[in-house]
Write a protein that binds this ligand. Structure first.
Ligand code: A4P
Ligand code: MG
Length: 215
């Protein structure tokens, strides 16, 4: 008998059309693998809410914040749903007069990215706008902070959720309340209640400028 026998290829299948090896019989996918695939699939089909705070106190502040909003919208798996009014704010956490004033705004996103990937994208946007890190709370062209990601609570220093200072910062709470008066900061309460407890002085609306919601 000439030619190769199917057994040579280790499986019960026929050899390929051109005499090549036949693929072995496909085994059922293990349940653990199916569960992982289903979990990933459900994240992709169930976008989550995220709240991102943007701040700038160097360079063309408004243009940079708009650039960051556009870059978020250009991110696969991210949709910008709302953009807050813009506020001119006194620098927080540093001696008075040591830094220029900030422009601050908050955006609401729907995203299929997990929190860590959203943070990575935020860092990439900071790098793209030549953010330089020399000191903590130093002046910067842009800061992209994840204020909250659905109900996720985490004390991981790489990504603390909600942002550890959001509840005490009027420059985050005021613009957030503007675009979502019912908002809740996980573990802290309603933004409306938190807002009533903070000093809003030093957070001034800039009615003369506006951010565009990307189309
Ligand atoms: N990180 C942990 N959790 C988060 C989060 N939820 N979102 C980590 C973003 N980053 C988070 O941040 C340091 C590290 O924090 C990152 O590596 C990240 O993995 P950074 O941006 O490199 O440094 P930073 O911004 O100087 O420090 P920090 O502690 O993040 O400062 P904040 O809280 O961002 O505050 N005053 C006014 N008026 N307006 C402002 O926008 N911003 C700041 C910066 C200070 N004062 C301000 C403003
Ligand atoms: Mg930051």
């Amino acid at each position: 008998m000439t030619g190769r026998q199917p057994e040579q290829y280790g499986g019960p299948g026929e050899p390929g059309e051109f005499g090549g090896p036949a693929d072995p019989v496909v085994q059922p996918v293990p349940a653990a693998v199916s569960a992982r695939v289903d979990a990933a699939d459900s994240t992709l089909q169930n976008p989550k809410w995220a709240v991102v705070a943007l701040g700038s106190n160097l360079g063309n502040r408004l243009e940079t914040i708009q650039g960051a909003v556009d870059a978020l919208e250009d991110t696969p798996g991210v949709r910008v749903k709302a953009v807050s009014p813009v506020y001119e704010t006194d620098p927080w956490g540093v001696p008075e007069g040591s830094q220029p004033a900030y422009l601050n705004a908050v955006v609401l996103l729907r995203t299929t990215l997990p929190p860590g990937s959203l943070l990575e994208r935020g860092h990439a946007i900071e790098d793209a706008f030549l953010r330089v890190r020399t000191e903590r709370w130093g002046a910067r062209t842009i800061d992209v902070d994840i204020v909250a990601y659905e109900g996720v609570v985490s004390d991981d220093p790489e990504l603390t959720l909600p942002h550890p200072h959001a509840h005490e910062r009027a420059f985050v709470l005021v613009p957030w309340y503007d675009i979502d008066p019912q908002a809740l900061l996980p573990g802290r309460g309603t933004v409306a209640d938190l807002l009533a407890a903070v000093d809003r002085e030093g957070v001034r609306p800039r009615l003369d400028v506006e951010l565009r919601l990307p189309e």
